[in-house]
Design a binder for this molecule. Structure first.
Ligand SMILES: Cc1cc2nc3c(=O)[nH]c(=O)nc-3n(C[C@H](O)[C@H](O)[C@H](O)COP(=O)(O)OP(=O)(O)OC[C@H]3O[C@@H](n4cnc5c(N)ncnc54)[C@H](O)[C@@H]3O)c2cc1C
Length: 362
């Protein structure tokens, strides 16, 4: 394939899209406004791969991404893939049976099976976490739950694009103006009059995708950008290091989910705050409530450090990922609105983008 493609955004969407387009023979330049790639949603997520979390379409795209996550074409064959089995345990107290039933029904309809654990089995599986058992507790185990090594994958994709003879990755460059002149796209840096010229552009700007559409004179998607608070937790007495193999724990009514993450713990309460991207701050009261619920299950853990942050999950109004070609400006494509699932379904989403570009016969 020939053709020069400019991708705006160096998150997982832009990097994965870029690698797939290079693999299909295009020339690709990825632009990222920050000094490093993968800093925004791509650097602030739980890095989990599950086949039953999210809408049906998302779960299908994740299932279809699994092969590439396990055997990435951008790495030499034999290189370790990015999935590592962790498993997840849902926790429910007495009185939460309805939530347990709902979860069981959903996973059954997805063709998945959750295993009921006896409290003693849960204690063992969660060791060394100091699980506090109460009468009536219920535990469901999902073995089909994996960690995605997001930092390594992002680093590998970045290198693949940089080293590819047809690839280029430019960081610290914010696209501030987009002009369509005689079948070519001109991308301008903010406050710069020089432009780079492309046959095709891909809007992979995450939470900024509507802004990019606006400056490109394309109707915006109407993104719903929802902030989700999370925190890095460090525990005293080397507990974080001792607990690296513990399954993810997920309170059945979504009060929190938490997992070990590279010698720390990642914890997120279930919150979703809509607002301007620039003003997004962690919701400390939601975090406190999530942490309180976590500590009611695992009392006695001494927290050495807590680093709250917020990540933005971007959705379309119908919660479907946006992988599209503009109908009027047919050389303008979008790969955005990946919601809370953009990592696990990134390979298949990128393949669909390539299929759309290939079939557009531009
Ligand atoms: C708390 C949390 C937990 C999550 N957990 C999971 C999970 O377990 N599993 C999973 O699969 N997904 C998860 N997600 C979702 C996942 O992180 C996102 O769907 C994914 O990272 C979106 O990637 P992106 O490339 O679209 O966006 P981003 O990573 O935000 O990338 C967009 C990039 O575009 C750049 N950009 C914007 N405007 C410009 C411009 N004008 N010029 C140049 N560059 C520009 C930005 O700087 C940014 O780097 C989670 C998200 C959050 C917030």
């Amino acid at each position: 394939m020939s053709g020069y493609i400019g991708i705006i955004g160096g998150g997982i969407a832009g990097l994965m899209g870029g690698a797939h387009l290079l693999n299909s023979g295009y020339h690709v330049t990825v632009f990222e406004k920050e000094a490093t790639v993968g800093l925004h949603a791509t650097g602030r997520n739980a890095g989990s791969f599950s086949l039953h979390y999210g809408p049906e379409e998302v779960c299908r795209l994740a299932a279809e991404s699994r092969g590439t996550l396990e055997r990435p074409f951008w790495m030499p064959s034999g290189t370790k893939g990015y999935l590592r089995q962790r498993g997840k345990i849902f926790l429910a107290r007495k009185g939460q049976s309805a939530a347990i039933s709902r979860l069981q029904e959903k996973t059954k309809s997805d063709g998945l099976k959750l295993v009921t654990l006896h409290p003693e089995e849960a204690l063992k599986a969660l060791s060394p976490l100091p699980l506090r058992l109460l009468p009536g507790d219920q535990f469901l185990f999902d073995s089909d739950h994996f960690d995605i090594d997001v930092p390594r994958m992002v680093g590998d994709l970045e290198q693949f694009i940089q080293r590819h003879p047809k690839g280029s990755l430019i960081t610290g460059l914010e696209i501030g103006r987009i002009e369509s002149i005689q079948d070519k796209w001109h991308l301008f840096e903010v406050q710069n009059h020089d432009s780079e010229v492309f046959d095709i552009i891909v809007n992979a700007a995450g939470a900024w995708a509507d802004r990019i559409a606006n400056i490109g004179h394309i109707p915006p998607i109407g993104l719903k950008n929802l902030g989700r608070t999370a925190a890095w937790l460090d525990f005293e007495h080397g507990f974080s290091e001792q607990s690296t193999n513990v399954p993810m724990v997920h309170e059945v009514e979504d009060r929190f989910f938490a997992r070990p993450f590279q010698n720390r713990w990642f914890l997120s309460p279930s919150d979703a705050v809509e607002g301007r991207i620039e003003d997004a701050l962690p919701d400390l009261s939601a975090l406190e409530a999530g942490l309180e619920s976590f500590q009611s299950w695992f009392p006695g853990l001494e927290l050495a450090n807590l680093t709250p942050f917020v990540g933005i999950r971007s959705f379309t109004r119908n919660n479907r990922p946006e992988i599209s070609q503009n109908t009027l400006k047919t050389t303008y494509f979008t790969l955005s609105a990946l919601g809370g699932y953009g990592i696990k379904m990134a390979p298949r989403a990128a393949e669909i983008l390539v299929e759309k570009i290939n079939s557009s016969k531009i």
